[in-house]
Ligand binder design. Structure first.
Ligand code: UDP
Length: 309
């Protein structure tokens, strides 16, 4: 296949592009480098099947030649990034999704939107099944991301229903691994950098809020299975092992062999209290489930951060 990946220089886009090239596909990568980093894809430029264009996907999108799939992964993805880039976050989820859908339609390609567990907001049920409609504050600081992704899902379903397009709606839960930015601001990179520098590890709130963390290679495997499935409805991809942020801070500290203290800082507004994917659908329909334990994933991630700090 010849596959377009938007956000190809980002954390997930770079892993996904490398994986697709490894499977023998051709990849056209786009990124405007707001939060992407060319270092993440440096090795791919040697591959004759990789093309890259620095581009902002919220503008009219023209790609010469055939495309079999359009995978829309471009977006700021960390809470501090949406605070810094609220309007680009809304634009890439809304206008960018529309442009990418239009391109996929013109090329008769499968369209995939990288959606998120954030469509469930601060969920009132735990774990979250795909049938849950969510609990989102549209005007809160996270609303720019949550609502852009909800709009993106609505737009994607409209193209599926109205134009009969093949679409894939991937709801990504917290994912970690190499290629995350050191200054990304999310829990894993913050804790890693702090632990490796023996600086205080900053846990927000009382640290009893929960997340469920998926190692990046498991996520990419799930994405590829979803792409090749015939499923047009949303599918959760994530690791259902739920833990508190305090437990995570302690595990990162151990994995890094760190002497850091754990300190508490204020909880950001609208920070979800719980998050855990119900992966019944992915298990049944994609025959997918995560394989990498948190301990192993954290070891691999520490090695990456060690080489960067
Ligand atoms: N968090 C934390 N310390 C940090 C960064 C994040 O305790 O230095 C918390 C944050 O408040 C949230 C959880 O970790 O409860 C996960 O945050 P992240 O930014 O990784 O992503 P989110 O799951 O909120 O989208």
């Amino acid at each position: 296949m010849r596959i377009l990946v938007t956000g190809a220089a980002g954390f997930l886009g770079s892993h996904l592009s490398r994986y697709l090239l490894g499977k023998g596909h051709s990849v056209v990568g786009l990124d405007n480098f707001i939060t992407g980093n060319v270092d993440n894809i440096q090795d791919l430029f040697k591959d004759g099947k990789f093309e890259f264009v620095k581009y902002d996907v919220t503008n009219y999108l023209h790609v010469p030649g055939k495309l079999d799939a359009v995978l829309h992964f471009a977006s700021p993805a960390s809470p501090i990034d949406y605070l810094k880039y609220p309007i680009p976050t809304l634009k890439v989820g809304a206008l960018g999704t529309h442009k990418a859908l239009g391109l996929a339609k013109a090329k008769n390609a499968i369209f995939m939107i990288a959606s998120t567990s954030e469509v469930y907001g601060d969920p009132l049920i735990n774990p979250q099944h795909e049938s849950y409609w969510g609990n989102v504050n549209p005007i809160g600081p996270r609303g720019v991301y949550d609502e852009a992704k909800r709009f993106a899902e609505a737009m994607t379903m409209a193209y599926h229903r109205y134009h009969g397009m093949q679409v894939r709606i991937l709801r990504i839960f917290n994912t970690y691994g190499p290629n995350m930015r050191l200054e990304d601001g999310r829990a894993v990179p913050n804790f890693m950098v702090q632990a490796l520098k023996n600086k205080p590890i900053t846990v927000y709130g009382d640290g009893l809020q929960t997340r469920s963390l998926c190692y990046v290679s498991d996520l990419i495997d799930g994405i590829y299975r979803l792409l090749n499935s015939g499923i047009n409805e949303p599918v959760n991809i994530g690791n259902p092992r739920e833990l508190t942020l305090l437990e995570l801070a302690q595990m990162v500290k151990t994995a890094a062999g760190s002497k850091s203290k754990i300190i508490f800082q204020p909880l950001p507004e609208d920070d979800p209290k719980v998050r855990k994917p119900d992966i019944t659908r992915a298990k049944k329909d994609l025959k997918w489930q995560p394989k990498v334990s948190l301990e192993e994933g954290l070891r691999k991630t520490v090695a990456y951060f060690k080489s960067r700090v």
